[in-house]
Design a protein around this ligand. Structure first.
Ligand code: SF4
Ligand code: SF4
Length: 154
């Protein structure tokens, strides 16, 4: 079962980011006018990470990827290894109560379509009222237990 997302400053977090800064690349940060899939101008990946750590936006302070927050989430999901990160959000939606969003780094290519990741995503998608979305560059996919659909925009 996927758990809720914890806070990165929470000392109870079961894992540590270490040299990973992937969320600083893959996620959009409105407060910084930073688009998704572009390194934050304040990030030095692999060389200390955030250069404005003490004054970073609240969005950054309150984020932790699911691998960081949930010790039961497989080690293969470590973002630097998987080349993607998973964000789990509880939502108040008529159709869903949980979004599982997978943000794929360009270097990860189609790794999310392969095992062990593909099987995990299908299992997540089989959970009640759960929507699994994969964001890969400009493309968005929906993973269902028995199929994967690309969402066409425009
Ligand atoms: S992607 Fe996860 S492990 Fe990597 S820096 Fe962000 S919160 Fe930490
Ligand atoms: S401000 Fe810091 S924590 Fe936030 S995205 Fe930029 S480098 Fe990452």
């Amino acid at each position: 079962m996927l758990s809720s997302v914890a806070m990165p400053d929470d000392p109870a977090l079961p894992r540590a980011c270490g040299a990973c800064s992937l969320c600083c690349k893959l996620l959009p940060i409105a407060a910084l006018d930073k688009p998704h899939d572009r390194w934050c101008m304040h990030c030095r990946p692999g060389a200390g990470g955030c250069t404005i750590y003490d004054s970073r936006p609240q969005t950054c302070r309150s984020f932790s990827c699911h691998w960081l927050a949930d010790a039961s989430f497989g080690d293969h999901w470590a973002p630097l290894k998987a080349k993607m990160l998973v964000q789990v959000a509880r939502v108040d939606d008529a159709a869903y109560e949980c979004f599982v969003d997978v943000h794929v780094d360009r270097g990860g290519a189609d790794g999310w379509r392969e095992e062990p990741y593909a099987g995990d995503l299908r299992r997540f998608a089989a959970a009640p009222r759960t929507l699994v979305r994969v964001f890969q560059g400009s493309r968005t996919f929906i993973v269902r237990p028995h199929e994967t659909l690309e969402i066409r925009r425009g």
